[in-house]
Design a protein around this ligand. Sequence first.
Ligand SMILES: *Cc1c(COP(=O)(O)O)cnc(C)c1O
Length: 643
Amino acid sequence: MSTEKPSEEQWDIAQARELYGVNRWGLRYFDINEQGVVTVAPLKEEGISIPILEVAKEAREQGLHFPMLIRFHDLLRNRVARINRAFSEAIAEAEYRNQYRGVYPVKVNQLREVVEEILDAGHDYHHGLEVGSKPELHAALALHEDPDSLIVCNGYKDEDYVRVALIGRKLGKKVILVVEKVEEIRQIIAMVNKMKVEPLIGFRVRLMSGGKGKWAESGGENAKFGLSTIDIMRASRLLQEANMAHCLKLVHFHIGSQVPDILTIKKAVREGAMFYAKLSKLAHPGLEYLDVGGGLGVDYDGSRTTFHSSINYSLNEYARDVIYNIMDVCDAEEVAHPVVISESGRALVAHHSLLVVETFGNIKKAQVEEEAVAPTIEHKLIDDAWYAYQNISENNPLEAYHDAQHYKSEAQTRFELGMLDLEVKAEVERIFWLVGVEVLKFFRGAEFVPDEIVELESKYSDQYLCNFSVFQSLLDHWGFGQLFPIMPLHRLDEEPQRRGTLADITCDSDGVVSRFINLYEDGVATLPLHELNGKPYYLGIFLTGAYQDIMGDLHNLFGRVNEAHVYLDEDEENGYYIEETIPGTTMEKVLALVQYSEEDLGRKLKRQFDRAIREDRLRPNEAMRLLNEYNRNLKGYTYLRLE
Ligand SMILES: *Cc1c(COP(=O)(O)O)cnc(C)c1O
């Protein structure tokens, strides 16, 4: 066995895994193979591993350009199975005397293919749907076919909403209307009498145990949704007066998404279960379901902590805690165990999709030389700076840095006064960056790094230009500072020699990714990346399946990205096939969304061409060719075409 410490040259895949934390956030779905290429195993150890770039290249050959979103449908199915299995195991283990019924909150990713896949994969578990608006309800009602699975209707409701939900009841579906405010009870009672149908009603209770974290505002006394204890008493009385006390079937709460701390969940579940038990004994023995809402988080940064982009618990721990605490409260209150519903969305869909983006340039802020060349110009400032450079040692790295800083700012001052030539200024700055590089070496791997050195390090970082829009594809990074795992999809058999931030192609200074996962709460400012070598360089932005790939914003009119949907298939040569490609939004379509019609634009431009022909500025032949080109282009992709 060698006792030698690995030198910088001995880079291996294990180091790449560690550097990007792929085994920490990837839940064993993602890994790096010996060729240094990122792979996905949609079924974990029960199926094959696919090099992600291979899929991207195949989709490219089918005509899809980058940026490209890839969905792994088997991974989505695997998540559905795992959540259901986690609950059935927890139920068996605790000898809980009822069952679990999951519902998928459609708002987390409304894409029809995603919802259909979840329903299909959840068929054996009777996994149902949760909706929060009329359009979602209309979609759910049509897609949902299993009479044993539920449709839970949350969100504020008008008459139409209630009516459509009751149409579902007429079809024999278990559609549950969850009351968000007391007035909705009257609405439901009126509509039920008109439509002559028995409703299934739920109360959304407002818990005192709120969540922590960035999405926590949905809980607590000031929450936007739900009934206070006083409201609950009023709502219960209204139901009793209408002889509908038995229609109350469900108690629901939702303390927010991405709850980082399992203790918050335990506490909320106990409080919710207490509402269930007390209501059941008060006047509603027909109560049957306790719905614990969403909140089951995703460990985006892989730190397994209560950081905002992490969670300190596993899926199995979550399921066990939900089941145990409901059981504990119900046993103490001597009420029967309810059917447990959870509305997990994020944890179900986050992992199944990723965005592949292509870099197309690298803006280097500080030019670093391979070998330090001695200055050839004579000047006191240059001599002093060079002296500082030559005398850096482990005893004084900070001192050397401060000296170099001083000479640089001195050069700047004299330059502004017209007392210094460009050559001298450039030379002093060149030496400053040389000093910086040396100084940084002394702090590499150090336990404590002073702030000024952290700042210095970020000065050496590059800006990698990436063909995508943060506003379309990574909205929560922009809006909440949520961190997502990002890494190169190839070349991981080489040590990344640079560090950089990512700049998107919107004309917005916020269109950047400048926080990356790490084992610090707010991440780090730069991502280790490879030197561009003239060949395409692809990055993967992972865990974007929840909220991101559906919430996009049309900033600068960059539209939805191209999508490839991948299925595993043992009969295929590579073990998978691309089942469907969905072209991203065309320019024509995004323009139409803001009231520009294709015909109108073409007509307006044609008038200008006609004028140019009349005025002899263009020949008719050329004018028509250019106009056709414009019209053809309108049907193209909104992102850069880099080939
Ligand atoms: C958003 C939402 C969910 C989904 O929450 P996740 O944390 O993504 O699982 C569930 N229920 C309700 C009522 C919601 O508003």
